[in-house]
Design a protein around this ligand. Sequence first.
Ligand code: F6P
Length: 190
Amino acid sequence: MIKTIYLSRHGQSLNNTKKLIGGNSGLSSDGKQYSYKLHQYFKNNNINVNVITSNLIRTIQTAKYFNETTQFEELNEINSGICDSMTYLEIENKYPEEFNKRKTNKYYYRYPEGESYSDINSRLKKIYNLINDTETDLLIIAHQAVLRVLISNYIYSDIKDIPYLDVSLNTIYKIIIEENSCKLEIINSI
Ligand code: F6P
C-alpha cells in the first residue's frame, strides 16, 4: 500500500531566536504564523492526515490548528544533557573537549547525561512501527535531529552524514512510501 508521511519541524521557537539548543520554549511570532500556514496547506489541498507531535511545547503549539493530535515523547528533540539551553559558543567555551568529541563523531557522540543520534534511532522504533501500522497518512511535527534520523530511515544516507542533513524550519518533507521504494519531496513555499 502506498502511504505518505509529511514531516515538519515546529515553527521557530523563542530558543531558536536566541540560538539556544534544547529547552522547552514556546513559539516566536514567526513560529505562530508558520503554525497557521501549515494547517492552511493541508486544508487548502484537501489532504487528510493524522497529526502526531513530540510532547514539547513548540511542536504542540505548531499543531494547534489541527483538531486531533497525539503526543509521543519518542519524537522529542535530542536530549543535550549538561549542554541543554546553551548556545554552541557557550558549549565550546565551557566544555571544549565535549564540543570537539561531538565534531569528530557526531552520530555516535552522546551528550553527558543526554543522548546521541544513535540513541534517537533506537527510540524511534516505536514511531517506525506506528508508521507501518497506520492506514492513514501522517503529519509528524518534531525537531531537527529527530527528523534527520527519521528521514534517513526511508531515504538512505550514510551514517556519518545523517547529523548534517538539511532539515530546515518552515519546510514540509513529504515521503511517499511504496512497496519497494521511497520518494522524498521538499515543499518550502507554503
Ligand atoms: O537548534 C535547534 C535544535 O533542534 C536543538 O534543539 C538541537 O540540540 C539541535 O537543533 C540538533 O542539531 P545538531 O545535532 O546539529 O546540534
